[in-house]
Design a protein around this ligand. Structure first.
Ligand SMILES: Cc1cc2nc3c(=O)[nH]c(=O)nc-3n(C[C@H](O)[C@H](O)[C@H](O)COP(=O)(O)O)c2cc1C
Length: 397
């Protein structure tokens, strides 16, 4: 009986320890620290997650030169996602399907050696969570990261050759031991906490920090206005590709009723005023996407643009709100012949309304196929939009 009692007791303890760990972790995750808002937060760093592990992402120009010194990177690498974790786990568990009980047990319960994992990117990613920091906080987070690198007698970082998962990531020897009390996520959390940035009291999870820093009621500030006669036609196919790269809402003019411009504003009860007010109130970047119909924008799109005249007479307030917003244009034809002056009406309209014209692309779909050239144009267009957006944000500061 005594043995049976001991076994039951043992089983209860084995079950209770992880339950207690999770409970305490959850409580500490929901206690925020460094709550006070700073007024001079004018620099951006980011959090990225692979669904389990967080990394701190710093733009190349915000990284301390002593961190960059000895790192493997090229001119194209503009953002560095930096994580810290268990050596064995990193090297032997590139995906969750590679997870073994042995690796997980050793990482969690024994004090094990660690690595810094750096993934390099040329642009920001949609799913990163932005954190606004001031120069003092940025200096501290740089120092925290720097002090996590193991360096040799010559003060050089130690790169593990050919151990990255892909072409854009690498591992470096790190300081500190991994355990269930110091995990990759708690490393990120401690970095923020020590730098005076809002963080959790302590957390082994990724969601605590993401929850704190994800913008409240964050809504999408970009919209594509689709002006094709076919809701799921070629123009829409291209729009979908753009939306895979960048978050946009979509307004399909084919599905709403917008009458022609009328000098007596006889059409003011149709859908136009509702839509243009929504656009003016909710979005910063407006991308017009039109098929090429008879060497020009589609009739649906032209009618929409004509109706902006309503905003100069009966809806002036909305017209004023368009000032300072950003515009870009996509044209979709049947071949790569861009019609001379195709984009001029858009550019001039932007100028007239006081909008900032980011640029345009011409794409085409032949035999229902998106060619490599069109794919590349879309990628470049997305890059242009992102860069133009970040320049506008900076110049508005
Ligand atoms: C009424 C009409 C006029 C067109 N005119 C042109 C044209 O002038 N130049 C061109 O390259 N393609 C022209 N096209 C082809 C379309 O631009 C092309 O098929 C486009 O990808 C269609 O996009 P959608 O499916 O969104 O309508 C025309 C198509 C239609 C229906």
């Amino acid at each position: 009986m005594k043995v049976a009692k001991k076994i039951v007791k043992g089983i209860i303890i084995i079950i209770l320890i992880p339950v207690a760990y999770i409970l305490v972790s959850l409580i500490l995750t929901f206690i925020p620290v460094n709550n006070e808002e700073q007024s001079d937060n004018n620099q951006s760093i980011y959090l990225s997650t692979n669904g389990v592990h967080l990394s701190i992402v710093l733009p190349e120009n915000q990284l301390d030169p002593k961190i960059l010194d000895g790192l493997k990177y090229s001119d194209n690498d503009q953002y560095f996602a930096i994580g810290w974790g268990d050596r064995d786990f990193y090297l032997n568990t590139p995906t969750w399907s590679d997870l073994t009980f042995n690796n997980a047990f050793k990482a969690l319960f024994l004090k094990t050696p660690t690595l810094i994992h750096i993934t390099r990117y040329s642009t920001t990613k949609e799913n990163w969570v932005e954190i606004k920091v001031n120069q003092n906080q940025l200096n501290k987070i740089n120092q925290y990261i720097y002090e996590s690198f193991y360096t040799d007698a010559q003060n050089k970082k130690i790169l593990l050759n050919n151990k990255g998962y892909s072409y854009n990531d690498d591992f470096y020897e790190a300081l500190g031991s991994y355990s269930c009390f110091k995990t990759s996520n708690s490393w990120v959390n401690s970095g923020l906490k020590e730098s005076g940035i809002k963080a959790c009291w302590w957390t082994p999870f990724d969601f605590g920090l993401l929850r704190i820093h994800r913008k409240k009621n964050s809504k999408n500030e970009r919209v594509i206005i689709q002006g094709s006669s076919k809701s799921n036609g070629n123009t829409n196919k291209v729009i979908r590709l753009v939306m895979k790269e960048l978050e946009f809402d979509l307004i399909d003019l084919n599905l709403i009723t917008i009458g022609h411009f009328d000098y007596e504003f006889k059409n003011q009860t149709d859908d136009f005023l509702t839509i243009i007010k929504k656009i003016a109130d909710e979005y910063e970047l407006i991308v017009f996407a039109t098929p090429v119909y008879w060497y020009s924008m589609s009739g649906i799109m032209k009618t929409f643009i004509d109706r902006i005249s309503d905003c100069l007479k009966i809806e002036k307030e909305t017209g004023r709100k368009l000032r300072g917003k950003n515009m870009a244009v996509i044209s979709c034809g049947s071949d790569n012949d861009e019609v001379d002056g195709f984009f001029t009406p858009f550019r001039k309209t932007a100028e007239y309304l006081g909008m900032i014209y980011f640029g345009n692309i011409h794409v085409w779909i032949e035999d229902e196929l998106v060619s490599d050239e069109v794919e590349t144009r879309i990628q470049n267009f997305v890059k242009l939009l992102k860069e133009a957006e970040s320049n506008t944000v900076l110049s508005n500061k």
